[in-house]
Ligand binder design. Structure first.
Ligand code: HEC
Length: 159
């Protein structure tokens, strides 16, 4: 094969790879639902902004042991309960003023739209226009994983 042809084959291979990544993106089941609310659409909009490496993570790299859960609970009371409520039901004192309302972590169907890596990313970067601040500067990565563990603990699914 001539060098020029070889390059062409490589280039088209790379293009097919990139296109397949774009097609494979997102959760088709939810996206195709004709009854998807504007709010769900916004959640998927946010999901698209989250880097791939966080989208594909399916568990927290920090073990949800007693120390992690205690730290997560403490930080949740300090930084999150004002909006999400002490028990994570989305009913904190600031919740009424926010549209959309802060996530209720006990609504498992809603919360499952974001996996552990995506929750971690959201805690660091916020939700953009929906009113949740990013706390990347205030919280170390370990703190943010402890918070993710705490959320799954509230949902009864922390391993
Ligand atoms: C100013 C109010 C506010 C504060 C403070 C806040 N959030 Fe949020 N949070 C929101 C709003 C609003 C949303 C978007 C809800 C939606 O899209 O349904 C949200 C969404 C989320 C989500 C994505 C939804 C889900 O179920 O996975 C996570 C995770 C989250 N918050 C975690 C936290 C954590 C942890 C803290 C504390 C470090 C925190 N938030 C602090 C308002 C807040």
């Amino acid at each position: 094969m001539k060098l020029k042809e070889y390059r062409l084959v490589l280039l088209s291979g790379a293009l097919i790879f990139v296109a397949s990544l774009a097609w494979g993106h997102g959760d088709k089941k939810h996206q195709d639902s004709p009854r998807m609310s504007g709010h769900m659409a916004e959640m998927y909009q946010l999901k698209k902004q989250i880097p791939e490496e966080f989208q594909i993570m399916n568990r927290s790299p920090v073990r949800p042991d007693n120390e992690s859960l205690a730290n997560g609970k403490r930080l949740f009371g300090q930084h999150c309960a004002v909006c999400h409520g002490a028990e994570g039901k989305g009913d904190g004192p600031a919740a009424k003023a926010l549209n959309p309302s802060p996530a209720n972590f006990h609504d498992l169907k809603h919360s499952a739209i974001y996996g552990p890596g995506e929750k971690f990313w959201i805690i660091g970067n916020g939700t953009g226009k929906t009113g949740m601040p990013g706390l990347e500067k205030e919280l170390t990565p370990k703190d943010r994983w402890d918070l993710v563990n705490h959320i799954y603990h509230l949902q009864g699914t922390a391993e």
